[in-house]
Design a protein around this ligand. Structure first.
Ligand SMILES: NC(=O)c1ccc[n+]([C@@H]2O[C@H](COP(=O)([O-])OP(=O)(O)OC[C@H]3O[C@@H](n4cnc5c(N)ncnc54)[C@H](OP(=O)(O)O)[C@@H]3O)[C@@H](O)[C@H]2O)c1
Length: 285
């Protein structure tokens, strides 16, 4: 099998697959990121097409719709190395249109699943991701043993449904962080102590999220797991998808604006830094 894209998530996915009985061929634009995996037994291919050639399954995990086009299309892209006996598992968070476009580039008979994931670095390392799979029942069944090495597979519908599911899940994630940040900012502005603030939040629907984020909010330290740039990209995907289907997502737009503001101070920082940005507005000058 082949893994295309060895960033924070793709490298962890490749590592887990190397621990299973699969032979793994890898490709990444920045070749240096493959070195540790090659030491563990992976083979590096010179292009995505060469990685896909001869692989029964190709996993793609890159940043966004443009990156997906760059690694799958053209003479060196995955599609050029794919045959009717290949199954492509697209795990990047992209748009529904990206998935349809990808389907149109593959040769007739090739299998395709869209299977983006919920969970971050720790879950990817431990095989604890939630995988939203979109595709035919038979394609999902065929890929489930392999995907089970990465997490739990939730078959959410036909091709494209996995991507739709991921956008829905992330809409809840960003909205929840935005509401949490604003609640803490308001509490600060109204001179409630941190102790009182978190006891109040514990009694609300945000209780679990407040508890989970408390240390980061109080210390101001947000270890990088999922970058602000990727989260803002996802917020853009959510808003574009909502606009295409006519859903009126005002809260998603507000969360997107917080993400974009935080991103303007450094997009490589963790997306939860949006909390720091919001909470700071509750501090008196
Ligand atoms: N991090 C998380 O917690 C998390 C959780 C769930 C889902 N996701 C999603 O998973 C995907 C990967 O996230 P990540 O955190 O692994 O991101 P990342 O560390 O930034 O890695 C991005 C990957 O995409 C590649 N890439 C970007 N632009 C490219 C291009 N034009 N051509 C070829 N390759 C390109 C990068 O290659 P180079 O190394 O050469 O730059 C790298 O392999 C994203 O869609 C993200 O939204 C992330």
């Amino acid at each position: 099998m082949a893994v295309i894209g060895l960033g924070a998530m793709g490298s962890r996915i490749a590592r887990r697959l190397l621990e299973s009985p699969y032979e793994v061929v890898v490709w990444n634009r920045d070749e240096t990121k493959a070195a540790a995996l090659v030491e563990l037994g992976a083979r590096f291919a010179a292009t995505p097409a060469l990685a896909a050639q001869g692989a029964d399954v190709v996993v793609v995990m890159v940043s966004d719709p443009q990156a997906l086009r760059d690694v799958t299309e053209g003479s060196e892209g995955v599609a050029a190395g794919t045959t009717a006996s290949t199954t492509l598992i697209q795990m990047s968070t992209v748009s529904p249109e990206s998935v349809s476009r990808l389907a149109s580039t593959l040769p007739a008979g090739a299998g395709l699943l869209d299977a983006p994931v919920l969970g971050s670095l720790a879950e990817a390392e431990a095989g604890g991701l939630t995988i939203f799979a979109g595709g035919t029942r038979s394609a999902v069944a065929r890929c489930t043993p392999l995907l089970s090495a990465l997490g739990s597979v939730l078959h959410v519908g036909p091709l494209g449904a996995g991507t739709a599911a991921k956008l829905v899940a992330n809409a809840t994630l960003f909205g929840t962080l935005g509401v949490l940040g604003e609640a803490v900012a308001l509490a600060r502005g109204l001179d409630l102590s941190p102790e009182s603030t978190f006891s109040i939040l514990a009694a609300t629907p945000l209780g679990a999220q407040a508890e989970r984020r408390r240390t980061a909010i109080e210390s101001g330290e947000y270890p990088v797991r999922f970058t602000l740039s990727l989260a803002r990209k996802d917020a853009d995907l959510i808003i574009a998808a909502a606009s295409a289907c006519g859903a009126d997502l005002r809260l998603a737009a507000a969360a997107r604006s917080w993400l974009a503001e935080a991103e303007s101070e450094g997009g490589d920082r963790d997306y939860a830094e949006m909390l720091a940005r919001i909470v700071a507005t509750g501090s008196r000058a």
